[in-house]
Design a protein. Structure first.
Length: 264
């Protein structure tokens, strides 16, 4: 195992705690939902889950920094946890089960921070995915009950399944023509959205996916899972990792061709 085994075990503990908190309020008739300044929703469950994770980290890793969607950055240093307490809040507040807690440990390297541990937990789907750098990617109910992930071997766009979130973001960035060309040339397209397309790329059930606008906490956990499953994860500019503000993920064989359709 890698040097991050203990951190991966901790990330599972954090995910267990978050799952309990989010499922307790999922489909609650009195769920409180507010609108943030960027006009996106945030529920009481988002805030409670992030506070819970931060509390655990303060006790278990007091020297590590934390960056979360709801409460921002806290601390400094070469290790930073990146948290999205509920990725897919719009689904969560409408009772759609496609949402997940995303937890990643990133470490400082030359040029920035690199994700080295990722856990994506979707309790309403009964699914969890995880990876640690150098140790492979897995899905299952626990570290002791898991199967290894492997990306597909599809090597032609016309045979590929492409997953995306929505059309509006591509149109706003002036990338809709290339996006539509890609959907026409692929074998199959589906708008699954949020974390799920990246996990399906890692599983090999989807071959390529992309999104035009994302934050670091939307991507950090996904990066290490896709890469440890044998895939590639970059920005639309081809820069590896989660730092471009957008994302393209693939089985690796189709990545350059995917970027060719979607580059700015």
């Amino acid at each position: 195992m890698s040097d991050y085994h203990d951190d991966l075990r901790l990330a599972h503990v954090l995910a267990d705690a978050a799952d309990a908190a989010t499922m307790d309020r999922f489909k609650a008739l009195d769920l409180k939902v507010e609108t943030k300044p960027d006009m996106t929703p945030v529920s009481e469950a988002d805030k409670a889950a992030e506070e819970l994770i931060r509390g655990h980290l303060q006790r278990a890793r007091p020297r590590d920094a934390v960056l979360g969607e709801e409460f921002g950055a806290e601390g400094t240093g070469p290790r930073r946890w990146v948290i999205d307490p509920i990725d897919g809040t719009k689904n969560y507040v409408r009772g759609v089960p496609v949402w997940a807690t995303l937890i990643s440990l990133t470490v400082q390297v030359e040029g920035g921070f690199e994700p080295v541990v990722g856990v994506v937990s979707a309790p309403a789907l009964g699914r969890r995915w995880w990876a640690a750098k150098g140790s492979g990617a897995f899905t299952g109910r626990s570290l002791l009950s898991a199967s290894r992930l492997q990306v597909s071997r599809v090597g032609r766009i016309e045979d590929a399944s492409f997953a995306y979130s929505s059309l509006s973001g591509w149109e706003e960035r002036g990338l809709l023509p290339g996006f539509l060309d890609l959907t026409r040339d692929c074998w199959r397209t589906r708008g699954y959205g949020d974390f799920w397309p990246y996990m399906m790329v890692a599983e090999g059930s989807v071959d390529i996916c992309a999104e035009p606008e994302l934050s670091l906490w939307d991507m950090a956990a996904n990066v290490v899972i896709v890469e440890e499953a044998g895939g590639r994860f970059t920005g639309l500019d081809g820069r590896p990792g989660p730092h471009s503000g957008d994302a393209a993920a693939s089985n690796g064989l189709l990545h350059d061709e995917l970027l060719g359709y979607l580059r700015t």
